[in-house]
Design a protein around this ligand. Structure first.
Ligand SMILES: [Zn+2]
Length: 308
């Protein structure tokens, strides 16, 4: 009787193992660090094809598009390669950090799983595009999402013509350049430009806007956008993953100049990413929302903004 029961249980276990074991689990046995290395090897610009519109990395189904003026809207024969190098740096630093192999040390295991998800997208046969535009958005860069953009979205047209997964980078915004899309009186009255400057700005090389920001840590920006591919959106109510990973893994904020302040914000972001209670409850959005607020983690982003 007893042995029959044991046999039945063993058979059930075997059945469960076969049913539950995902089909691709064999592929997942390769350690993340090794998958990252192989990805980075393939991101070598010397392996890429030069196409008319950019660089094509055939092993990765990844391409750069129209980025001949990356990053600060100045045409340069090396610009596409510059983007490829920044992408390489972004993935190396970001993923190593998520899996606890970066200088900030071990984070919660939940982030290792997110690193695995990001690698899955990058390793997939889907075409990944890093595209540049000039003076077409209000943001430095925008990531596409699985969902089609809503027609109310100001970037609807732009995102519709760039299939997911993609990151669109605006070289005007990243370069801190003044838009060329204002009505002429705005340059005269608001920006106090004279006629010669207006002409130069609109037809020659665009001027820097007085206090606007030129993004320096471009790998941080690229990594932030790729985190959005995982379906994480900006929020004050839930953990803001793109903001947390950028702040912890890339040393604070590009908008903050003081290194001490940045180090303190970086440490807070990393400590948040280590909180066992917060990440063990990631399966329940409601519980996570309560912890996020209760532990005061929701204040980090606004305090960082206050230091800009
Ligand atoms: Zn974002």
């Amino acid at each position: 009787m007893q042995s029959a029961k044991i046999l039945r249980q063993a058979a059930l276990c075997l059945l469960l193992a076969v049913v539950v074991l995902p089909i691709n689990s064999l592929a997942e046995v390769i350690p993340i660090a090794q998958r990252l290395d192989s990805l980075l090897e393939q991101l070598d610009p010397d392996l890429a094809f030069d196409t008319r519109g950019g660089l094509d990395f055939p092993g990765l189904q990844l391409r750069t598009q129209d980025c001949g003026a990356y990053p600060y809207n100045k045409i340069d024969a090396q610009a596409e390669r510059h983007l490829a190098r920044d992408l390489h740096a972004a993935l190396q630093q970001g993923i190593q950090c998520m899996i606890g192999k970066g200088p900030m040390g071990q984070l919660h295991r939940y982030h290792e799983y997110q690193a695995h998800r990001l690698l899955q997208i990058l390793e997939s046969p889907r075409r990944k595009t890093f595209r540049c535009v000039a003076d077409r958005m209000f943001a430095n860069a925008v990531a596409t999402t699985e969902k089609a953009p809503s027609p109310d979205d100001a970037l609807h047209e732009l995102l519709r013509e760039t299939p997911h997964p993609a990151v669109v980078i605006d070289t005007f915004r990243v370069g801190g350049l003044l838009s060329t899309r204002h009505p002429p009186e705005t340059y005269r009255n608001f920006f106090k430009l004279d006629e010669e400057q207006i002409r130069e700005h609109l037809t020659g090389s665009p001027l820097r806007a007085g206090d606007s920001h030129r993004y320096r840590d471009l790998p941080a920006l690229l990594f932030h956008e790729m985190v959005h591919w995982l379906g994480f959106e900006h929020s004050a109510l839930y953990p803001d993953m793109a903001h947390l990973y950028e702040s912890c893994c890339f040393g604070g904020s590009d908008y903050i100049d003081d290194p001490q302040q940045n180090a303190a914000f970086q440490a807070r972001a990393c400590n948040t990413l280590r909180d066992d209670e917060l990440w063990s409850n990631a399966y329940s959005k409601y519980r996570q929302m309560r912890l996020w607020r209760f532990k005061g983690y929701d204040r980090l982003k606004s305090e960082m903004r206050g230091a800009y």
